[in-house]
Ligand binder design. Sequence first.
Ligand SMILES: [Zn+2]
Length: 462
Amino acid sequence: MAIRDTALAKITEYFDSGRFQSELAALVARPTESQDPRGTPHLMGYLTEAMAPMLTEMGFTTELFDNPQPGAGPLLVAQRIEDPALPTVLVYGHGDVIRAQEDQWREGLSPFELTEEGDRLYGRGSADNKVQHLINIRAMAALIEAQGKLGFNAKVLIEMGEENGSPGLKQFCEEHKELLASDVLIASDGPRLSPEAPTIFTGSRGGSLFDLRVDLREGAHHSGNFGGLLADPAIILAHALACITDERGQIAVPEWRPDSLTPRIREVLSVLPGVESGMALDPDWGEESLTMSERVFGWNSFAVLAMVSGVPEAPVNAISGWARATCQLRFVVGTDPDDILPALRRHLDKHGFDKVEVVPSDRGAFPATRLDPDHPWVRFATASLERSTGTAPHILPNLGGSLPNDCFAEVLALPTIWVPHSYAGCNQHAPNEHVLKSLSRQALLGMTGLFADLAEHGAPEA
Ligand SMILES: [Zn+2]
């Protein structure tokens, strides 16, 4: 039997014997909340008691690291170097979860107890991200079992702070470039576009967060005595916002309109299934000439996340002295990240809004990344996943949301292949989070085949 088929048989047995489910249950049982101090002791435990033993047994050497940012979760790097001449894959995952929200789960469910109901396995962190790195690690294990070796080199990086915005991850990658040096990132997070077919995405939109502030004077002033005499900061702010987009949200700042929606990217996006969200979308919102997929994956979007003037809970008859909006631009490659706020400043000045201040958030900006959908690694992974699962993958140049992908794409300069193992309805970041057994089984086959193909054929020619 060919190695590939042997490995696929091993991983099928791993799933069908119930081992997959019991290993996932053991991972979910660890309350690794990174957003709540009660989770702190479990962050290290996840690495030392769950990940390190699993990887050691697979012939990896493991090393634990404190986060370069004091107080943030630890990191684990495991590696199995078989021959420096072989290609090296970096696998990334995060073992931390968002807060449990234990009082909001449906009756019969409990966040840290994996509960089976039909095709679903419920538990906090089941989808985000424990099942995802478990699948990738066990796919490699099946290949080792099948042929006594991987046939390539692998490095596994597990962080424990992703749900807090991956503090220290970028610095860690910068400080350990040599340790993490690889030929490709193959990692999993987030949902597939549809539950039945694999998805490959290669980057993410960036985000820039900032405040718009109109601060005209100390205190509020009686609207009877001063109405008509004192400028109203909320009205000025509203007009300033209205010059950033038109009434349907189409961006009017010239530099905020990306130049990267090429005919090829449009072609790639055109074959994707519609955006599945479980709620009615607004076809009359956003860039009118674009399809829904192009709006969220191929274009920039501006949002007002919050805005306030005066005291909304207890309004008084007075003209407020100030108004403030917290805003965000989600942007794709083809937008100069260093020019986002300067371009807005120029645009506001041009429209006469010199009283509107642009204040960058200290939560900062994250860059946009995207790999060419025709990159050899994308073609390689696409063909392999189709062969193992019998289903052609959906190719997404980038997620609409964000990931710390710049750490890998920019700091480590790797081609980045993300193969998500969850689906849109998984209740990630909400009560009743779950994974699908059928999807997990297919994903195990897909990843095992992908690693087997890499072992057999080597890295694709760039
Ligand atoms: Zn998450």
